[in-house]
Ligand binder design. Structure first.
Ligand SMILES: [Zn+2]
Length: 263
């Protein structure tokens, strides 16, 4: 029975290895949707054949498991080990989340994609901006983004990665994605402008800094429960808000009036 339970936990953790849980991606996409100008929202909806950003927020996690999109498997994250920076860390040949987002933005901005390819790239972008704000997707390669760091979550074995992808999110608030947006998307214009500044790499480096804080505070064997939920919920809320605002920023750059973007 115990072996069966371990197997079950391993399978659950494995399926979590790709992303924020579905809730996180929905929240990021919905916050972005709430910040689009009507004209941009209309263009984006056209490219998505009438669907919303939220509709496709989780699409890539499933697609990356298919043959057709297997080339995107490493696009969900980037790893930086201790003693390295994003720039000095050896690059993965198949690409990482920073390179993938920049590639997609440049391809769409180039304006030469077929409508079908633009649709696919946009679906990917919605998802990957979310992933980049999940701290363990900016974790270390040596422990596979926290997948190999074993902790105890409310008395049960879990990986640090899965705790940050979904367990903490679900423990923090039992909200729907629209309720999450209503509760956390309340920043003023000055704070929003600050979050939208910088480059994709700057945004990644910020997520990596959050990951390093987590590594320092949640070591192998850590017992995580009520205190940690209270302490880390605000970090999750901020990461969702950052992801949503920055996705909106990129969409305004691609389909709206915004002409400049930091490289
Ligand atoms: Zn993902």
């Amino acid at each position: 029975m115990r072996r069966l339970l371990c197997f079950f936990i391993a399978v659950v953790c494995a399926t979590n290895a790709f992303a924020w849980g579905q809730k996180g991606h929905d929240v990021v996409a919905y916050i972005a949707e709430c910040h689009l100008t009507p004209a941009t929202a209309q263009k984006v909806a056209q490219v998505l054949n009438g669907h919303s950003l939220v509709y496709y927020a989780n699409w890539l996690d499933n697609a990356s498991h298919t043959k057709e999109f297997a080339f995107t498997k490493t696009w969900h994250y980037a790893n930086v080990d201790e003693g390295f920076t994003y720039d000095t860390m050896p690059k993965v040949e198949s690409g990482d989340v920073v390179g993938a987002i920049n590639l997609i933005v440049n391809q769409i901005k180039g304006g030469l994609l077929s409508p079908q390819d633009e649709n696919i790239y946009l679906r990917m972008l919605i998802h990957l901006v979310g992933d980049m704000h999940c701290p363990m997707h900016a974790g270390r390669k040596s422990d596979r983004g926290g997948n190999n760091v074993n902790v105890i979550y409310f008395g049960r074995p879990a990986s640090l990665h899965s705790v940050w992808d979904s367990s903490l999110v679900e423990s923090a608030h039992k909200w729907s994605y629209t309720e999450w947006q209503q509760q956390i998307d309340r920043l003023g214009a000055k704070d929003i402008a600050a979050i939208m500044s910088g480059s994709v790499k700057d945004w990644f480096n910020e997520s990596h800094a959050v990951a390093e804080q987590i590594y320092a505070e949640m070591e192998e064997g850590s017992k995580i429960s009520y205190d940690e939920v209270a302490k880390y919920a605000p970090i999750i809320e901020l990461q969702f808000e950052r992801g949503g605002l920055r996705l909106a920023y990129l969409l305004e750059y691609l389909y709206g009036e915004r002409t400049a973007k930091a490289e």
